[in-house]
Design a protein around this ligand. Structure first.
Ligand SMILES: Cc1cc2nc3c(=O)[nH]c(=O)nc-3n(C[C@H](O)[C@H](O)[C@H](O)COP(=O)(O)O)c2cc1C
Length: 315
């Protein structure tokens, strides 16, 4: 149907379209291959990989909220070795563009996973999760402190041989400070946002609904926060490529992120409700562009028109 050019360029990472799936919400991609032609997506960010396999947190690990969900999975995964041996060959055969999402308890852990990936050509980029709220060590401990984040990113950059995405935490007062720390120390691309720390309570038991006590809030409830943060980072760092993430469910949500300044997006929690959504959004974005006379999706990026903020006046 469409003559719309959907390709997007994020530094050296070229994607056939701006729709990727977000880490932890799309398994290793393979679980979704009966619902989605994986080769039709811009990219798949796989479940966060650690050096050793990890069992994650004790249950309950998920609960529904009014406009999203709270989770504290605790980064359960098969480990980088099993991923490379058992998952990656099949992803490659299916034509998927793979982003390896990576985490660790310590700086050395992060570096070890990234070194193990090395110059693996079947991995298009590495995404550092420095923003998981559901672990006691690592994760958000790095992502919420610009100085600690800067040191980690510099160490990882020194050993990384693929494009480096740094995934930012929204649980900060100033998202631009952590964005800048990541970019100044070698991030090629930013992705934002991870989940917001939340608490849901079982009233009868007077206990948290989640075993870890707090969990990460995701879904439509967080979208305006995510769009605002993408816009702030885009204004402060006009050249850095950005993946926008948070509460995307419809074509219009994708367009909103692009206008705010994201070059591409990642679809998360909505995959649980509709496992073929990501492929539908690729089509939806092409149709939206065609209907709005846009021949290239990248032309939409960062086109938000803001009005000057006027001071309030009194009667
Ligand atoms: C169940 C679940 C597991 C997640 N696991 C990871 C993970 O392993 N690594 C990571 O960087 N982000 C993880 N995330 C965060 C998502 O990738 C995404 O940043 C967040 O959910 C916001 O997007 P959404 O509102 O579209 O879900 C997870 C989110 C959920 C809901």
């Amino acid at each position: 149907m469409s003559t719309v050019d959907l390709a997007v360029q994020l530094g050296s990472l070229r994607l056939k379209n701006p729709i990727a799936t977000a880490s932890g919400t799309f398994g290793y991609g393979l679980e979704f291959s009966e619902f989605v032609d994986l080769s039709s997506l811009g990219a798949i960010s796989v479940k966060g990989l650690s050096l050793r396999p990890c069992h994650g947190n004790p249950p309950p690990r998920i609960c529904e909220t009014d406009a999203g969900m709270l989770n504290a999975i605790g980064l359960q995964n098969v480990g980088v070795e099993a991923f490379l041996a058992e998952k990656l060959p099949e992803l490659d055969r299916l034509g998927a563009t793979v982003i390896a999402n990576v985490w660790g308890d310590t700086e050395d852990d992060y570096c070890a996973v990234v070194e193990r990936i090395g110059a693996e050509r079947r991995i298009a980029a590495i995404e550092l999760n420095v923003s998981c709220p559901n672990v006691v060590k690592g994760g958000m401990v790095f992502g919420n402190d610009p100085a600690a984040l800067g040191v980690l990113v510099r160490k990882v950059r020194a050993v990384a041989r693929r494009p480096l995405i740094v995934k930012l935490s929204p649980n900060v007062g100033d998202i631009v400070a952590t964005a800048r720390a990541a970019v100044d120390n070698g991030a090629d691309i930013l992705s934002l946002i991870n989940t917001l720390v939340g608490l849901a309570i079982d009233l009868e038991r007077r206990e948290p609904k989640i075993g870890f006590t707090t969990g990460g809030l995701s879904g439509p409830a967080i979208r305006p926060v995510a769009v605002r943060m993408v816009w702030e980072v885009r204004k402060a760092l006009p050249k850095i490529p950005i993946f926008g993430i948070g509460g995307i469910e419809r074509t219009e949500d994708v367009i909103e992120f692009l206008i705010a300044g994201a070059n591409a997006v990642q679809v998360g929690t909505a995959n649980f409700r509709n496992p073929s959504l990501s492929a539908e959004l690729v089509k939806g974005v092409a149709e939206w562009c065609a209907a709005h006379g846009e021949s290239r999706v990248s032309n939409i990026v960062g086109t938000l028109k803001t009005r000057p903020r006027l001071e309030h006046t009194y009667a």
